[in-house]
Design a protein around this ligand. Structure first.
Ligand SMILES: [Zn+2]
Ligand SMILES: [Zn+2]
Length: 377
């Protein structure tokens, strides 16, 4: 039985007695739970005894992303500076996944619940949960060629590393029903879906490096991830499935596409793990044979420039040019520029902090020598 009866904050000024080494790619919560087990204290009690009630609200959140700088400092100190706590949290991807915005509890579009590979957990000498299992686009274990689980296969509960079944079973057991997660049925990937693993590896590489290279152009990873959100909306919400429907991965998504999907909550949360696997595989395929596939996707779905850029917060020069080369900003119908296009152009200016003026509009539609009436602006 692991002790649950310790007074809050009674160990506030104390170091942790046992400080286990961090395992490869281990998540903060996984390391923290293991540390608690080694002290024979329930992880939540361990938090309370070392931190009191001061941080109670933060501790209710997902600490793999919500750990703030103050707490990172205190945790690091408690390990006698032996562990670099900040490297264990997903906050380190700030600037890689999103521009300046900090990856934290409220801004975590690309962060999922904790997933797991049953074979990894079974084969680990010291079983633990990986940081990468919390990235939304990591859906398979590339080592064991199987799908990860995002919930307990017995009762559908999310994995929670700081809860314990009946206060005594470790994180290897579902905290709700006690099921041994290592005994989850292995879902091996079929051969025709292997491309999805390549897509996942590519995405991981982009995130690690912080950029992706297209021909002679370098693109920041956060710019690429913004693009992924836009294309996701085109496929899932607006059902533009030509081109991607030729890919074997498409069959996994087919039923989902038949459903009406609401924009909120974040669109990725609407998909299960296997559907996410298919989605990211399809999107990466659009960027294969660059820029051929990308152009085919636009052309086959008859998408306009505005369809492609509509909701993009930071429109990069790379993406703007790429889209414009295939489907130019101006109307394809002679000198006709529709009211809608002008409206869209105004929104585009606003977003990019460009003055809404006649001269700028003319520059935008430069290939047409179109005369704008001032009152339309
Ligand atoms: Zn594995
Ligand atoms: Zn369960």
């Amino acid at each position: 039985m692991i002790s649950k009866n310790l007074k809050p904050a009674s160990l506030k000024d104390k170091f942790f007695l046992i400080i286990p080494s961090v395992l490869h790619d281990e998540s903060f919560l996984s390391w923290f739970a293991r540390t608690s087990y080694l002290h024979y204290i329930h992880p939540q009690t361990f938090l309370n005894t070392h931190f009191g009630l001061e941080y109670r609200d933060i501790f209710k959140r997902d600490l793999d992303v919500a750990l703030n700088n103050d707490l990172i400092k205190i945790f690091t100190k408690k390990t006698r500076n032996k562990i670099d706590i900040s490297s264990l949290t997903l906050g380190k991807y700030t600037g890689y996944l999103y521009e300046d915005e900090i990856v934290n509890a409220t801004n975590k579009m690309f962060i999922s619940n904790m997933k797991f590979c049953p074979i990894c957990l079974k084969k680990d000498k010291i079983p633990y949960f990986r940081q990468t299992w919390k990235l939304i686009f990591i859906t398979v274990c590339a080592k064991h060629n199987c799908f990860l689980y995002d919930v307990c296969p017995e009762c559908n509960s999310k994995v929670s590393l700081t809860k314990m079944y009946q206060n005594k079973k470790s994180f290897l057991y579902c905290h709700k029903c006690g099921f041994d997660l290592r005994k989850s049925k292995i879902q091996i990937l079929k051969r025709d879906l292997i491309n999805g693993i390549n897509a996942q590896n590519k995405l991981m590489n982009i995130l690690k490096k912080g950029y992706i290279k297209f021909e002679d152009r370098w693109v920041y990873s956060f710019v690429f991830f913004i693009t992924i959100i836009q294309i996701t909306k085109l496929i899932l919400l607006r059902k533009h499935s030509y081109f991607v429907n030729k890919n074997p991965l498409f069959k996994i998504l087919k039923n989902k596409l038949a459903e009406h999907i609401k924009i909120s909550p974040p669109v990725f949360n609407r998909l299960n793990n296997q559907e996410l696997f298919a989605l990211f595989g399809l999107i990466m395929d659009i960027f294969d044979n660059y820029p051929k596939n990308f152009k085919s996707f636009i052309n086959k779905n008859q998408l306009t420039y505005w369809d492609m850029v509509k909701e993009i917060k930071y429109l990069s020069f790379w993406y703007d040019t790429l889209v414009n080369d295939t489907t130019p900003r101006y109307s394809a119908f002679g000198d006709m520029i529709t009211k809608e296009e002008i409206e869209n152009a105004k929104k585009y200016f606003k977003r990019n902090n460009i003055n809404i003026s006649k001269a700028n509009l003319q520059r935008l539609f430069k290939t047409r020598n179109y005369f704008f009436k001032l009152k339309e602006i």
